[in-house]
Design a binder for this molecule. Structure first.
Ligand code: ADP
Length: 519
């Protein structure tokens, strides 16, 4: 059967060989095994259900949240001679009927729908009257409460499948699933864990970098000026910031557009089109921009603010270099931005448990900014790839500064946390270590601890940064939401026992900057 799939790959889609994971997913589906496919953005998920759709006898139903993309996808399929149609709120009721009848008569092999369609009784009736071979759930992470883009309408999918008499094969596809989200998808769709195919998330052509302590506006201006001929996206955390940055770039004569949910739809779409067709070089946007954007020649993605979690970051940064050419993904880190993200979580309508979960994810995103390990590897490990290797070309892998031994400093921090019974957060710990006269410290009696003031030769900011580093490197485990409490991990205990040493580059850099400034 795989021979037939390969023939379709060549004849219909014009490609010579399968990409990583595609053959396995296609074979699973053709042999009737429900499957979860996890592949990076641009990895080629569509073909994983489109080829089986052409081989299996009946109709394939694709559930996708991207109404704006359905038409493009259908047009592309029709161009290859694949009979396909989409059904969404943009077409009339009589067109809907016509297309549904067409599928029953075998006029279409693939039907795209938005999940909201599953609320329609007429549609559910149709499902039991059509010869359905395969259901593909695109962007399957939207099913999970623990995903970064949960959509309640996706819960209808499970109900729909339960109602279908002759059960079709199920393919759930996503680019961003942590192990927890994958388990959730499997549970909801009754897919055994061994039917999960996850392919290399790494994107060799992306160069990750975190930039700290620089004037961000100046950095943007000079970076974009140096890359004037290249297309890029600048992500900002809020609409206001996106507006400000856009105005700033226009003032610098940079050919920039903007995109955020506060703009009129027409203007937003115009900007998107112009960017896609290289009429605008730079797009300044909030996270509203880009789900499903398939512009291949984006050479850089700069995050002006820290995003709310690694899933969002990898998805947004991953819009760079879809053509396989070398591209840069730069995050401009400023500690105060973490507060903006916390504020956004606070203001949201999520329940308390969910908010705590979001804080934890934000904390792991902050860890990305503080780690000295390979940035790509940090992301891959987050997605559950324990064997991920260093990429060799990110900002951290190419950082040539010498590491210094900071074991003594780390021991002081850990021992202070232990004496504070692992019940307090970063700020208070840093205050105790630097010997602050804060009244709160006296009221807890922490000024009597032997660790009080043992780092008084540093500033509170320096100690906070050291704690951030130790958290990122998983010596400390933050728990408890908005104001996380820091506890010691087994790694920290080994350091306290003298069985492990801690190396760090950060301090050296700070000194070098001072020297350069003085010169
Ligand atoms: P995503 O995983 O992001 O949904 P797509 O399915 O849109 O990715 O595929 C991304 C691009 O890769 C498309 O242009 C697609 O035609 C192309 N592609 C998919 N499979 C292959 C293959 N086996 N060989 C070459 N190109 C492929």
């Amino acid at each position: 059967m795989l021979d037939q799939a390969l023939k379709i790959l060549k004849d219909t889609f014009g490609y010579d060989s399968f990409r990583n994971g595609q053959a396995e997913i296609i074979q699973n589906l053709l042999e009737g095994r429900d499957t979860v496919g996890i592949m990076p953005t641009g990895g080629g998920k569509s073909i994983c259900y489109q080829i089986p759709a052409l081989i299996l006898p009946g109709v394939t139903l694709v559930v996708s949240p991207l109404i704006s993309l359905m038409k493009d996808q259908v047009d592309a399929l029709e161009k290859e001679g694949v009979p396909a149609a989409f059904i969404n709120s943009s077409i009339s009721a009589s067109d809907v009927r016509d297309r549904l009848n067409g599928a029953m008569e075998g006029r279409y092999k693939i039907i795209y729908i938005a999940p909201e369609r599953l609320e329609s009784a007429a549609f559910l009736d149709w499902l039991n009257n059509v010869n359905l071979s395969l259901i593909a759930v695109d962007e399957a992470h939207c099913m999970s409460q623990w995903g970064h883009d949960f959509r309640p309408s996706y819960l209808l999918i499970k109900k729909m499948i339960d109602r279908i008499h002759a059960k079709p094969v199920i393919a759930a596809l996503t680019a961003t699933a942590t192990p927890k989200v994958t388990r959730d998808i499997c549970d909801m769709l009754n897919i055994p864990a061994e039917n999960v195919t996850a392919t290399g998330f790494e994107r060799d052509n992306l160069f990750f970098q975190v930039i700290k302590g620089q004037d961000r506006d100046r950095f943007l201006e000079s970076y974009i000026n140096k890359n004037r001929s290249h297309s890029g996206i600048i992500y900002a955390a809020t609409r206001r910031e996106a507006e400000r940055l856009h105005a700033f770039l226009i003032k610098q004569n940079i050919n920039a557009g903007k995109y955020h949910a506060g703009m009129a739809e027409q203007e937003r779409n115009d900007n998107q089109e112009r960017f896609l067709y290289d009429d605008l070089t730079v797009m300044v946007a909030t996270s509203a921009f880009g789900m499903g954007i398939n512009k291949s020649n984006v050479r850089y993605v700069i995050h002006y603010n820290i995003p709310r979690n690694i899933e969002s970051y990898y998805q947004e940064a991953g819009r760079a270099g879809r053509d396989g050419e070398e591209s840069e993904c730069i995050l401009l880190f400023a500690a105060q931005d973490i507060q903006i993200q916390k504020f956004l979580i606070d203001q949201s309508e999520m329940d308390e448990e969910r908010k705590r979960h979001e804080y934890d994810k934000l904390q792991q995103m902050a860890g990305y900014c503080h780690t000295e390990a390979c940035l790509q590897q940090y992301i891959l490990k987050y997605f559950g790839d324990r064997d991920a290797k260093g990429c060799g070309h990110c900002g951290n892998c190419t950082d040539k500064r010498e590491s210094v031994d900071v074991t003594r400093d780390a021991q002081m921090v850990f021992s202070c946390i232990k004496r504070m019974k692992e019940r307090f957060g970063k700020t208070l710990i840093a205050k105790v270590l630097t010997g602050s006269s804060d009244r709160k410290i006296q009221s807890f009696g922490f000024d009597k601890l032997s660790t009080f003031g043992i780092m008084s030769d540093r500033t509170q900011k320096q100690v906070s940064e050291l704690i951030d580093y130790l958290t990122a490197e998983q010596y400390l485990l933050p728990t408890g939401g908005h104001y996380p409490v820091l506890g010691l991990t087994s790694k920290a205990v080994e350091v306290l026992l003298g069985k492990r040493s801690v190396l760090r580059k950060e301090n050296v850099q700070a000194k070098q900057f001072v020297v350069q400034d003085a010169l």
